[in-house]
Design a binder for this molecule. Structure first.
Ligand SMILES: Nc1ncnc2c1ncn2[C@@H]1O[C@H](COP(=O)(O)OP(=O)(O)OP(=O)(O)O)[C@@H](O)[C@H]1O
Ligand SMILES: [Mg+2]
Length: 252
């Protein structure tokens, strides 16, 4: 059943049948379809964010395991791939610290160490094979990072990052179980909300939209839409947006 809360992001929808997640191997770089869809989704986001003057963008979702870290990595790589944009990807999920593992980069030192004062900024920024892409991993896993994230040092760090980069993309913890992401909302320009098909309970997705407030949602990404069931979306959004879709949240 198509969740009620998604309808406003996909006007005209409502007849969609439950989609099943495709296999994780379909997410591999070597899959041309996946590459295509990430490219399209990145282009759409870039256009919207620039039109609205939004550069600090948090990728989030209601619950754990919806694909935030994976898609944040792909998005940041996509934004930097043209070579024209300077992109900083920050692992803000200090509780799970999964970004370094997903991107296969050295996990330490990271943001936690910088915020705690035990590492300098140039020690935590990783350069990548893409000249425009820099990554800051979360660092050591913490059970309660609230004080670090709400402190002056983080605020100043994010403000400085905003000045130096065209896009600052944040991989965040899930919205509903922990307050970390919402506590930072005044420093974030926009949210990209992920909904994973056959994974996210509808009522929790709806609750996440309410918590964020629609005006701050740049778009919703549908993750895990089975290919055969995409004709429905294609009818409205064209055949470019397969498997992972980004839909407008009422913004231009
Ligand atoms: N559409 C999909 N189909 C199959 N596997 C997926 C899909 N999207 C993500 N995954 C896999 O699901 C797992 C969780 O993804 P990921 O770590 O990106 O989620 P997350 O939202 O960051 O989770 P958490 O909130 O716990 O950090 C990973 O192993 C990822 O490769
Ligand atoms: Mg994650």
């Amino acid at each position: 059943m198509f969740p009620e809360a998604l309808r406003k992001f996909f006007p005209g929808s409502g007849t969609n049948r439950a989609a099943e997640p495709f296999g994780v191997q379909r997410l591999g770089e070597e899959d041309p379809l996946f590459r295509e869809q990430v490219k399209a989704f990145r282009a759409k986001l870039e256009y919207r964010a620039e039109a609205l003057g939004q550069k600090v963008i948090a990728v989030t979702s209601a619950i754990s395991g919806e694909g935030k870290t994976l898609l944040t990595g792909k998005l940041a790589m996509g934004l930097a791939s043209s070579g024209r944009k300077k992109v900083l990807l920050i692992g803000l999920d200090l509780r799970k610290a999964d970004l370094a593992q997903t991107l296969e980069i050295a996990p330490l030192p990271g943001l936690t160490e910088y915020l705690a004062g035990s590492a300098k900024l140039d020690e935590i920024i990783r350069t990548t094979v893409m000249p425009g892409l820099h990554v800051i991993p979360p660092g050591i896993q913490l059970s309660n990072p609230t004080d670090l994230l709400t402190g002056t040092r983080f605020r100043e760090f994010l403000a400085a990052s905003r000045e130096k980069f065209d896009f600052v993309i944040l991989d965040t913890p899930p919205l509903l179980p922990v307050a970390d992401t919402l506590l930072l909302r005044d420093q974030i320009d926009a949210f990209l909300l992920i909904y994973r098909a056959n994974w996210t309970p509808h009522d929790l997705f709806r609750q996440a939209i309410e918590e964020l407030g629609e005006s701050q949602i740049l778009g919703v990404v549908l993750n895990g839409i089975e290919q055969q069931k995409q004709r429905y979306y294609d009818k409205y959004y064209g055949s470019y947006y397969r498997n992972t879709h980004i839909a407008s949240a009422g913004t231009p």
